[in-house]
Design a protein around this ligand. Sequence first.
Ligand SMILES: [Zn+2]
Length: 319
Amino acid sequence: MAKIAATAIGAIVALIAIIAAAVSGVVSAVLGGGNSAASSQPSPAALADIPGNYLALYQQAAATCPGLDWSIVAAVGKVETDHGSLIAPGVHNGENSAGAAGPMQFLQPTFDSVVAQHPPPPGGSTPPSRYNPHDAIYTAAAYLCDSGARDGRDIYGAIFTYNHADWYVRKVLDQANAYKAAQQSAPQQSGWAVPAHGTCSSGFGSRGGEFHRGQDIAAPIGTPIVAAAGGTVIDSGPASGYGLWVRIEHPGGVITTYGHNNRNLVQPGQQLQAGQPIAEVGNQGESTGPHLHFQIDVGNQAVDPIAFYQQQSAPPLCG
Ligand SMILES: [Zn+2]
């Protein structure tokens, strides 16, 4: 993930551990565990937008779940109620028409069942209340954790469990990205990388009566496929015609698709930088030989990947 220096990661982990220990009296032993990256730091936009007490709660609550970045919890709080500041039924008292209440918009049965398994640490209401930001945010983090966020296993699914809509998941992930400070610059971070090294075979355009929406790159099975640019994984799994595919959303409404994969290495919700391995070349789905189907959509419109790479002054796609 983040290409920040190990010392910086250590400092961040230590800082958050100190905060968590100071506030809850319990050192979160899970930080740095699992296969997840260390928590991100708040961006200037996050510091300007999130009230200080909420920011501290998001960070402390997320620290109870390895692999759950605080920015995800904060983004849920933003999208649900603008960190408790939304004036609407159910935010400060009562319930909205769906029965949700409080800054994190919990249904009472959901809140009760999560609290039963993960009582919030001292500092909130007695008994825990949906309207109490401390209780609501700790419970939201526990709920996301149980729903797939643990170890970063399925962030997308965890957010989807919170609110069953793809638009909602995208909105939360976009918000979370805006809340994370830019990582220290890595040379390839802003650029584009060649997704797989091989021989460009079938190109973009009409092909035997149908329209081929990507560029095929022929390479042996098992050849590494890397993220063409930094972004967020939005799909990873089987897809009709593609065998296994990975789709990555990049800034600016750009989505890249990698199809016919032999094996996928990433999960939806995962944040990637250009050049990071995501899959292996395969021959699955409607494929007539081992190759990568590489597709670039800009605003839901497929574009010619070779031309796109030239426009971006990226390395030539076809060596
Ligand atoms: Zn293709």
